[in-house]
Write a protein that binds this ligand. Structure first.
Ligand SMILES: C[S@@+](CC[C@H](N)C(=O)[O-])C[C@H]1O[C@@H](n2cnc3c(N)ncnc32)[C@H](O)[C@@H]1O
Length: 282
C-alpha cells in the first residue's frame, strides 16, 4: 500500500478491502513472512499520514517541481540558498551531516567519488579534504554552476563538473563504463519516484561492485517524526528490492530555532538524522 501510495494510489477491490478489515478486527497477524514490517502504525494509518504530509507540503510549496526550480533565480547567501519562493534549498546547519556522510563514503584518499547536487558545496568541500583521485560533480542549476566556477571549483584537484540534470548526464557516464567507489545524492524539488529511479536504475551501472558505497540526504518526511519513520521503512524496502543493504547511523540534530528566519517552511523538525550508508548485497 505504501509503495502504491508513493507512486500514485492503486485502489483495492471491495473484497480485498474487506479481507484486510477482517484481519485487523480479529487482531490476527498476517502470516505472509514476506509482509514488510511497519513501524508502530498500520499500513493504512501510515498511508494516510504520508498523504497528509504530502498535501501539506504541496500547500506550503505549491508547484515546486524540479523544472520550475531549475528555471527560477536563486538567492545564494553565505549560510543558505533560497529559491525564488524562499524555500530552503540548502542550509549551513546541515554541515555536520555532510561531513559525516563524506567520511563514511570516502574512508581513505585516492578513491573516485561522484556527487549529485552541489548546492553550497559543503559535502564537496569535505570530499576534497579526503583527497579523492577523481571527484565528479553533477549540478543542474545555472546559478549554482556559475557560483561554483566563481569559487574555483572547476580547477580543484580531480574535479570534473557535469552541467545538467543527473537524468541526462548519468546514462552517458554509464555508457562510457565510468565507475565510482562512492556516490552521494542530494538534489532539490525531486520526488521519491525520481530518487527510486536513481538507485534502482542508475547506481547499479556506476558503483564499484567491490567495496563501492553510496548515500543520500535522508530528509524525506523530516517535518514530522512519524513520516520520517515511515519514509525510512519505505526506502528500506525499495533499497532491498533494488539489491542494496543499508546501515543507518543516528546523528542528533541541534535545536534549530533562528535558522528558519526568512525561510518559507521549516523542513526539518525531527531530533535525529538517520545517515544511510548503502552497498550492494552480498
Ligand atoms: C540540497 S542542494 C545540495 C547540497 C549539497 N549536498 C551541499 O553539501 O551543499 C541540492 C542541489 O541539487 C541540485 N539539483 C536539483 N535537481 C537536480 C538534478 N535533477 N540534477 C542535478 N542537480 C540537481 C540543486 O540545484 C542544488 O544545487
Amino acid at each position: 500500500m505504501l509503495l502504491n501510495r508513493l507512486d500514485g494510489y492503486e485502489e483495492l477491490s471491495e473484497d480485498e478491502d474487506d479481507e484486510e478489515d477482517d484481519v485487523k478486527e480479529s487482531g490476527a497477524q498476517a502470516d505472509d513472512e514476506t509482509a514488510p514490517e511497519l513501524v508502530e502504525v498500520s499500513a493504512e494509518q501510515a498511508a494516510s499520514i504520508l498523504a497528509t504530509t504530502e498535501a501539506e507540503a504541496e500547500e506550503a510549496n505549491p508547484g515546486v517541481t524540479n523544472a520550475r526550480y531549475l528555471d527560477s533565480n536563486l538567492n545564494i547567501q553565505e549560510d543558505k540558498i533560497l529559491d525564488s519562493d524562499q524555500n530552503g534549498v540548502m542550509m549551513e546547519w546541515e554541515s555536520d551531516i555532510m561531513k559525516k556522510s563524506a567520511v563514511a563514503l570516502l574512508p581513505r584518499p585516492g578513491l573516485k567519488v561522484l556527487n549529485i547536487g552541489h548546492g553550497m558545496g559543503i559535502v564537496d568541500g569535505f570530499f576534497q579534504e579526503r583527497e579523492p583521485s577523481e571527484h565528479h560533480i553533477i549540478e543542474a542549476h545555472a546559478d549554482v554552476v556559475a557560483e561554483m566556477k566563481k569559487r574555483g571549483w572547476d580547477s580543484k584537484p580531480g574535479v570534473t563538473i557535469h552541467e545538467g540534470r543527473w537524468q541526462d548526464i548519468l546514462p552517458g557516464l554509464v555508457g562510457e563504463g565510468v565507475t565510482f567507489d562512492a556516490i552521494y545524492y542530494d538534489t532539490f524539488a525531486e520526488s521519491y519516484a525520481d530518487f527510486r529511479g536513481f538507485f534502482s536504475e542508475q547506481v547499479i551501472g556506476l558503483l564499484e561492485q567491490e567495496g563501492g558505497k553510496w548515500g543520500f540526504f535522508n530528509g524525506m518526511g523530516a517535518d514530522r517524526q512519524i513520516s520520517y519513520d515511515v519514509y525510512q521503512k519505505v526506502a528500506e524496502m525499495d533499497l532491498f528490492e533494488a539489491g542494496f543493504d543499508v546501515d543507518w547511523e543516528d546523528i542528533p540534530v541541534p535545536k534549530l530555532d533562528g535558522e528558519w528566519k526568512g525561510v518559507k517552511r521549516a523542513y526539518w523538525v525531527v531530533d535525529n538524522y538517520r545517515l544511510p550508508l548503502c552497498r550492494f548485497m552480498d
